[in-house]
Design a protein around this ligand. Structure first.
Ligand code: FAD
Ligand code: NAP
Length: 528
């Protein structure tokens, strides 16, 4: 009989969890507290309790070929960096294509999950759900926790004395929806993550003045990279990873910082942090320097305190008559429905951020609890491919001591690399992490074999973007169209841009990039 799996949440992680359970012959039941799929990516004008909430203009900062599910490419006419409504429509397409909706119980919250008394032998969980005030308990053979980690606002009011007497309006970025009601106002945005950057830029078009306050500063990347290609498609390649692993981090930092400083000097713009570029979660904003040089956004240091009307900054400067303060200060996460999943200051002890090493039976997995340098969706997919095979009895995890050692190692590496902040507790490098999961699953592409058997594909896998299709080329879950999807990924990336016929004679930027890549490879071989 198929094992019963409870999936908690029908966001991007929950949808792929349902689909993968079906692929693996498991019987999924998904509980979603709201009335529809999509999680964070379903925009709603009013923030809902217990669900992530975005502003109307959010455009994703991971490109379509890098963020899609590995066996369901995003339509070729969709833009590379999509508006949230398009992303939502892709998720809807995915759910309909794989007929996932019938497995979802909407308006049903998971209230608690507890190990059954005979857990050590059965690995079963008692899942208590709540719908319209009525609670119901049922037993499941396994649980996939897909509840997201951008829901609970981190609102550090204690760090801002005087906020209690401030007469203006203040709120967390989760409650920001659109700029309409801020026309003509003086606004301070606190925090320079991606939310802070986006909101400052958007408000600066209607507000009287926007101040962007940051305690550390930030390096700013562009979605649109060399020759106009998506930044992640150019940078997340196996070839560049080989070079990256061969070079000292100080050299990589120097290259990264020189590159972004060529666009605008971060010191001149008041943004240069004390930390190096690879010590922070990437902040991607194409418009911020334009708004700063136009004077519409003024960069400030941390706010020391507020008065009824003013903000006094740590450098002693004062900005008067402030109307609005937006705290774009990030999120905290937790699992109040499960006492086995402990979180302290956004820190968890999970193997590959997914499994609890000490569980007597590996029947619980947390999906999507990562902050990648890349897209979350394909990572959730690979995590769930691993979890479902483990639920089906395959021994794919190492020993408990090896898992704990890996957790410790990852924590140490993260502390060493990243500047201390509660936003840097679940960081992963997209490709390394995908490869780690793929190795456990036996689906990592074998480049040596590929170069011998299919050099054209191998070339694309090594020099091209590490798109999710690479993890469908081989092993269990192999997708027959993965090869074609890889060979046509640049066509899909360029298609939405080709809206006017132009004479391309006189220069081919992609050819230049390939030649440059080839020269770099020769240099790499020569040097190392
Ligand atoms: P969510 O999308 O948060 O979905 C969780 C679901 O679980 C929700 O539907 C919720 O209602 C449900 N749920 C929660 N608790 C319960 C419960 N107890 N019972 C039943 N249901 C429950 N990531 C990227 O990869 N690229 C980006 O460019 C990007 N941009 C972002 C922009 C913003 C403004 C923010 C805040 C985040 C962004 N992210 C981005 C990260 C984002 O979290 C992920 O893209 C993605 O939404 C994670 O999906 P998820 O399914 O894991 O979580
Ligand atoms: P975030 O990345 O956690 O950034 C929070 C910011 O607030 C940081 O600059 C942090 O500074 C600052 N902060 C926190 N506590 C503070 C305090 N007490 N005093 C002063 N500053 C404080 O949060 P986010 O920007 O909301 O982003 C959350 C996630 O959503 C990220 O994964 C992000 O990439 C994603 N996102 C994506 C998009 C997009 O795709 N367009 C848009 C928005 C968000 P420190 O670094 O000093 O802690």
């Amino acid at each position: 009989m198929a094992k019963k799996v409870a999936v908690i949440g029908a966001g991007t992680s929950g949808l792929v969890a349902i689909k993968t359970c079906l692929d693996e012959g498991l019987e999924p039941t998904c509980f979603e507290r709201t009335n529809d799929i999509g999680g964070l990516w379903r925009f709603n004008g009013d923030p809902e309790d217990g669900r992530a909430s975005i502003y109307k203009s959010v455009i994703i900062n991971t490109s379509k070929e890098m963020m899609c599910y590995s066996d369901f490419p995003i339509p070729e006419d969709y833009p590379n960096f999509m508006h949230n409504s398009k992303i939502f429509s892709y998720f809807r397409m995915y759910a309909e294509h794989f007929q996932l909706l019938k497995y979802i119980h909407f308006k049903t919250s998971v209230h608690s999950i507890k190990k059954c008394p005979d857990f050590a032998t059965t690995g079963q969980w008692e899942v208590v759900t709540e719908k319209e005030g009525n609670q119901e308990a049922a037993i499941y053979d396994a649980v996939l926790v897909c509840t997201g980690h951008h829901t609970n606002a981190h609102l550090p009011l204690d760090s801002f004395p005087g906020i209690e007497i401030f007469k203006g309006q203040y709120f967390h970025s989760r409650d920001y929806k659109n700029p309409e009601s801020f026309s003509g106002k003086n606004v301070i945005v606190i925090g320079i993550g991606n939310s802070g950057g986006d909101i400052a830029v958007e408000l600066s078009r209607t507000a009287s003045q926007v101040f962007l306050s940051t305690r550390k500063g930030s390096w700013i990347l562009n979605r649109v990279s060399d020759y106009g290609y998506p930044i992640d498609m150019l940078n997340l390649t196996r070839f560049l990873n080989t070079l990256k692993n061969a070079l000292p981090i100080s050299v990589l930092n120097w290259i990264g910082e020189s590159t972004v400083n060529r666009r605008f000097d971060h010191a001149n713009y008041g943004l240069k942090p004390n930390h190096r570029i690879f010590s922070q979660h990437p902040m991607v904003n194409d418009d911020l320097p334009n708004r700063i040089i136009a004077g519409a956004v003024v960069v400030k240091c941390n706010v020391k305190r507020f008065t009824e009307t003013d903000a006094i900054f740590e450098d002693g400067s004062v900005e008067k008559n402030i109307d609005v303060v937006v705290f774009a200060t990030g999120y905290t996460f937790g699992f109040p429905f499960c006492e086995d999943l402990k979180v302290q200051n956004n820190k968890v002890s999970l193997f590959k951020y997914t499994f609890l090493p000490e569980l007597e039976k590996q029947t619980l997995a947390v999906i999507g609890l990562i902050q990648p340098l890349g897209a979350i969706m394909p990572i959730s997919e690979l995590q769930v491919r691993l979890a479902t095979r483990i639920f089906n009895g395959e021994k794919l995890l190492p020993s408990v001591s090896a898992m704990k050692e890996d957790i410790m190692k990852k924590k140490e590496e993260m502390e060493k690399r990243y500047v201390a902040s509660q936003r840097h507790t679940i960081q992963v490098d997209y490709m390394e992490y995908m490869d780690e999961l793929a190795e456990l699953l036996g689906v990592k592409p074998n480049l040596r074999n590929l170069f011998l058997t299919d050099p054209k594909l191998a070339w694309n896998v090594y020099f091209g973007p590490c798109t999710p299709y690479q993890y469908r080329l081989t092993g269990r879950g192999k997708w027959p169209k993965a090869r074609e999807a890889i060979l046509t990924q640049w066509d899909r990336a360029l298609k939405p841009l080709q809206t006017r016929t132009v004479d391309k004679a006189g220069g081919n930027s992609m050819a230049s990039l390939i030649i440059l890549g080839f020269i770099l490879l020769l240099v790499a071989i020569f040097v190392f």
